[in-house]
Ligand binder design. Structure first.
Ligand SMILES: [Zn+2]
Length: 397
């Protein structure tokens, strides 16, 4: 089966100028050809009429908690929900993300390594969902951020063992929470938790196995240590301005995944039931977070979009809102689209396969109503999701 998608406009994810009146030919796998209107001769292909719509690559969300419930207090949910219930939630969240145009995600912390099973079920075609690059439970130090579901390890030897255990379990990426965080009670973001030699041990083992390392880091010391040890991405990355961390970020080419929306929603959530300690910490972090993001933009750092979906009020079907936050805080709409497509794919190690609309790539495509370059919120108006050349959602097209 072949399809000819007739796009009013194509934004291909490379950052190049949008192209009007373009046809995209794909089969149940890959993109076969891209050409001006009616220049591709294939009378057997089924036509998808999107003459007044915009076509983009499927979105890539680089920071997701696929089994969290996005309630006012997801920590409560994680601590009290039995794994089978959490798994059902994960199945529903994965479907919601796919229907919202997110065709690839990186899961950075899932109780009981449930994301590995979701990944495999989706890969086998048993359930609908984005392609998953999975970190499993992920690693922290004893009593560190997210300790109630992560693997706790201390000292380089235990870090090495924990990393090897996760590699044995079949993770695709190693996630560590280098510093404290917002949602974990009594764990301050300003406190650096991992020692440098502990991060080094993780990075050494992960890179040996060909896996990248994602580091949650929310203070300058944590960001510096993580980058000095060679991690591949800084998650959140607040307090980055006025430190050498920013120079390191640019020099190493590591990615920043700023997750701007998550802390905005938590900081605003006291009346909706977010625990007061989390609100207080999020408020304190907010200004540093957005200022850090702006300085990273000015410095030309690599940025990928990650929603932190699953945290308070950060539901999986609307992770595109992170792109809106990025624009609100200084990114151009085109740069935000690239962060949410090509850059995400590069960070996930899938840049050769997905992330842009180019001949030969896997046919992950979305069709949206409205022009996201004029109003980035148009990314929320997905009327058709195509994943691997299969139409997995169509709504009014
Ligand atoms: Zn997170």
């Amino acid at each position: 089966m072949r399809y000819l998608l007739k796009a009013g406009c194509l934004i291909d994810g490379t950052g190049g100028s949008p192209r009007e009146n373009v046809d995209v030919l794909f089969d149940e796998g890959r993109i076969l050809a891209i050409g001006d209107r009616d220049t591709i001769d294939d009378t057997d292909a089924a036509v998808i009429p999107a003459f007044d719509k915009v076509v983009l690559p499927g979105l890539v969300d680089a920071h997701v908690h696929i089994c969290f419930d996005a309630s006012c207090d997801p920590v409560f949910n994680v601590r009290h929900e039995p794994p089978p219930d959490m798994m059902i939630r994960g199945v529903c969240n994965a479907r919601d993300m796919l229907h919202a145009g997110v065709t690839t995600i990186r899961t950075l912390g899932t109780p009981d390594d449930l994301d590995l099973h979701l990944r495999d079920g989706i890969r086998q075609g048993l359930i609908p969902g984005p392609r998953i690059v999975a970190a499993g439970r992920s690693l922290t130090v004893t009593g560190g951020h997210g300790h109630y579901y992560r693997i706790e390890a201390d000292g380089p030897a235990e870090m090495r063992e924990a990393t090897r255990l996760q590699i044995r379990s079949g993770v695709n990426v190693i996630k560590i929470t280098v510093t404290g965080g917002i949602m974990t009670p009594r764990v301050r973001p300003g406190v650096s938790k991992f020692d440098l030699d502990e991060i080094r041990a993780v990075v050494h083992e992960a890179h040996k196995a060909g896996l990248k390392v994602a580091a949650h880091a929310e203070n300058p010391e944590g960001v510096n240590d993580a980058l000095a040890a060679g991690v591949d991405s800084i998650e959140h990355g607040y307090f980055m301005q006025n430190t050498e961390g920013l120079d390191r970020l640019v020099d190493t080419g590591a990615y920043l995944v700023p997750t701007l929306m998550a802390y905005d929603l938590i900081a605003d959530g006291l009346e909706q039931g977010v625990p007061p300690e989390a609100v207080e910490k999020a408020k304190a972090a907010l200004e540093y977070n957005t200022a850090g993001f702006r300085s990273a933009l000015d410095a030309g750092a690599n940025v990928a979009m990650g929603s932190d979906a699953g945290t308070a009020f950060n539901d999986h079907g609307r992770s595109w809102r992170e792109a809106s936050f990025m624009v609100r805080h200084g990114m151009t709409p085109m740069a935000a689209i690239v962060a949410a497509t090509r850059n995400g794919a590069e960070l996930l190690g899938l840049g050769a396969q997905v992330g842009t609309v180019e001949s030969g790539k896997i046919a992950d495509l979305i069709v949206v109503d409205g022009d996201p370059l004029a109003d980035i919120a148009s990314l929320g108006n997905v009327v058709c999701t195509i994943q691997g050349g299969r139409i997995v959602m169509r709504n009014g097209l």
